[in-house]
Design a protein around this ligand. Structure first.
Ligand code: HEC
Length: 145
């Protein structure tokens, strides 16, 4: 009887450990992806500032669109603990979190259009709004400083 209980406790500990490892993995995955999104922003900056052609930026926008479509799935409940700056506010209002992501996706769709047409002025205007408005609108309430 005691042996059986001991085994059960061991199995429980193994399960708990398994889910902690899964959480660490999803946190590492989303942080790596967000870092890549930051790199896209950095890479586009000099092009926009020098009035360069923006058509070549379309693949970066495409990667951002694909990645941000998958963002909500990288924030499963319980992934606010560990090596992360995600705030519990995300899961208190996940609908708002997703809507904020959708707003960014709407702006990215317009930027893709401008890039495809090599509309430098239109692209630059939207690029400048992207960080403070669309990234920042999510970071302010949902990411710890
Ligand atoms: C819907 C919400 C949301 C949107 C939109 C969003 N972010 Fe974030 N971002 C987060 C959260 C939450 C974190 C913290 C993630 C963590 O630490 O687990 C974060 C973290 C980051 C990080 C730090 C990654 C690291 O740990 O090194 C970068 C860089 C970043 N975001 C860039 C961007 C850029 C650029 C945009 C806009 C193009 C953007 N984010 C839009 C929610 C968002």
């Amino acid at each position: 009887m005691l042996v059986a209980l001991g085994l059960l406790a061991l199995a429980g500990a193994a399960l708990a450990q398994g889910s902690a490892a899964g959480t660490a993995e999803v946190i590492a995955q989303r942080r790596a992806g967000l870092k890549r999104m930051g790199q896209h922003m950095e890479a586009m900056k000099p092009v926009v500032e020098t009035g360069g052609e923006v058509k070549s930026l379309e693949p970066r926008i495409d990667d951002m669109i694909t990645w941000f479509r998958g963002l909500p799935a990288l924030f499963p409940p319980g992934s606010d603990t560990g090596d992360t700056k995600a705030l519990p506010a995300i899961w208190q209002d996940f609908g708002k979190f997703e809507a904020t992501d959708q707003a960014l996706l709407g702006q990215l769709a317009k930027m893709k259009q401008a890039a495809a047409e090599d509309d430098k002025v239109g692209f630059a205007t939207m690029y400048k709004a992207l960080g403070p408005q669309y990234c920042g609108t999510c970071h302010r309430p949902f990411r710890a400083r």
